[in-house]
Write a protein that binds this ligand. Structure first.
Ligand code: UN1
Length: 508
């Protein structure tokens, strides 16, 4: 790990405030990053105080004046080179993600791959920031729309995807002509430092203005400054519903734009017509992958009563085979939770579930012993519950899977939708009628609805996000780029008359 830290210029104590090549003398409190893998302190990062923050916003605003003049395909060329640099650094960055955050090495690499993929996507997009043309109702008039850069995009990201979520936002924002200020999770500042170093090198080689890629490490208050800051037209925030409500309210108060990607409470319906063996992988990976800390993690299985017992038996057997331990050891399936606080939340959820009547068919618990010295390794658990339990309605960021029984598909869909969140959902069925009903307007109410794959592991090409308490934002693929630009409608009169719209007569 020492070599990797060195490769990314990370020393024992680092500045967490940067406008690109420049790392400022940060005056805020120091954040210490501990690895949940072994509990050891990795390094510290000095966070931004208000003065540092203001200096960064000023630099970013200046950079925007220049950056927005760069042709979009040229901005795309810079992002292409960032993608190349990520390819070169994939192994090292993937390992650092795995060590600082605790996800399995495969998933660490997968996260960096998502970054590379969004770079490729953004490069193509840089030549496709299309607007529409319309037919004017007036003779000799032309009407069209164009998309202009918006300004500063603030990115607040969470610990669970410490680098990919930043890249979904920043790569799109950059090709759109925006500049970015990133507040990474205070739990994973080092992977952010690494990304900033990778980007800054590419930017410096290409003469990209200082301020196009900014980093402001810090705790909650930095996010609050961003949310209230009228110099920032767009705040893109990923995290808990609680955080999103406060960011959304503060941004809304000043009529700014927010893009919120908040909690999920994702379910898979296992139909009587499901291929049970195939479904098993999707369910188990969805529930225990990233130790249940994805916003797309599978939290609930809604299982048809005719296959309930047999599928439960398969799950119990599969869980017995899970290997929990050091995520850097590729032999293991499940790594640690992010920190002790997360372990407490996991334990409390188990207690609450039991108190409400939940019956555990796979018991949870915290693992002890030399291999689990960080105290953050927990056993993935499975409980039989009712969907109405308050704990089942709540997103616990941990590997606890709830089993619910159903009889008719209508009932299953109603259960799937009957939670405050609306991010991801899936049905396992080979029955076309069921699949189509699930995807129809009276089916899943989520932003993501899948057939015969699980709830997690979305590809970057689609718009990512969800409804209800998930916040309504869409990031990543499809036309999510539109959130990072401002639309302008233009009407041009190329005659020597000035007819008014709607046929209004106004003669002088
Ligand atoms: C998140 O957990 O915040 O679909 C994002 C997935 C990943 C992204 C998850 N591509 O699981």
């Amino acid at each position: 790990m020492q070599n990797i830290l060195k490769q990314f210029n990370i020393s024992a104590v680092n500045s967490g405030v940067s406008t690109g090549a420049v790392w400022m003398e940060a005056g805020g409190p120091q954040l210490t990053s501990f690895s949940p893998v072994d509990g050891k302190e990795i390094a510290s990062v000095k966070s931004a105080n208000r003065e540092d923050y203001d200096a960064v916003v000023k630099k970013a605003a200046e950079a925007f004046q220049a950056w927005r003049q760069w042709p979009a395909p040229r901005r795309g060329e810079i992002v292409r080179q960032v993608g190349e640099a990520l390819r070169t650094n994939k192994e090292a960055l993937g390992k650092l993600v795995s060590y600082e955050m605790g996800k399995s090495l495969q998933e660490g690499y997968g996260e960096v791959q998502e970054m590379i993929d969004i770079c490729d996507f953004a490069v193509g997009l840089s030549r496709q920031l299309h607007g529409l043309t319309m037919h004017s109702e007036r003779p000799g008039h032309r009407m069209y729309e164009q998309w202009h850069p918006l300004g500063i995009t603030a990115i607040i990201s969470a610990f669970n995807f410490p680098v990919a979520v930043w890249s979904w936002n920043s790569m799109l924002a950059w090709v759109c002509g925006d500049v970015c200020i990133w507040k990474p999770s205070e739990k994973t500042p080092l992977t952010a430092l690494a990304c900033q170093h990778i980007t800054a090198k590419v930017f410096a080689e290409n003469g990209v203005p200082e301020g196009v890629s900014c980093l402001v490490a810090g705790a909650r208050e930095v996010g609050e400054w961003m949310a209230k800051d009228t110099r920032i037209p767009l705040v893109s925030a990923t995290g808990s519903t609680r955080m999103g409500k406060s960011v959304g309210a503060a941004v809304g108060e000043r009529l700014g734009r927010s893009l919120l990607e908040l909690g999920g409470n994702n379910a898979i319906i296992i139909s009587k017509d499901a291929d049970l063996d195939m479904s098993l992988i999707g369910c188990v990976f969805g529930a225990v992958g990233t130790a249940g800390q994805r916003c797309t993690s599978t939290r609930r299985l809604i299982i048809h009563e005719s296959v309930y017992e047999s599928f439960k038996a398969k799950l119990v057997k599969a869980y017995a085979q899970l290997r929990i331990g050091d995520p850097l050891n590729e032999h293991n399936h499940v790594g640690p939770l992010i920190d002790k606080q997360a372990v407490d939340a996991y334990l409390q959820s188990i207690e609450k579930c039991k108190a409400e009547g939940g019956k555990f068919v796979v018991e949870g618990g915290v693992l002890e012993g030399a291999d689990y010295a960080s105290g953050c390794y927990v056993k993935p658990a499975i409980a039989e519950v009712q969907n109405s339990y308050s704990i089942v309605q709540h997103e616990t960021f941990a590997p606890i899977l709830y089993l619910i029984k159903y009889n008719t598909l209508e009932e299953a869909i109603a259960l799937q939708n009957d939670v405050p969140q609306g991010l991801s959902s899936a049905i396992m069925t080979v029955n076309l009628r069921e699949a189509e009903q699930f995807l129809s307007q009276s089916g899943s109410d989520c932003g993501i609805a899948n057939v015969n794959i699980g709830t997690s592991g979305a590809e970057i090409g689609g718009a990512f996000g969800g409804e209800k308490e998930t916040g309504g934002g869409r990031e990543s693929g499809s036309d999510a780029w539109k959130a990072y630009m401002r639309r302008q409608t233009n009407t041009i009169n190329y005659t020597d008359k000035l007819p008014l719209a709607q046929g209004i007569k106004f003669d002088l």
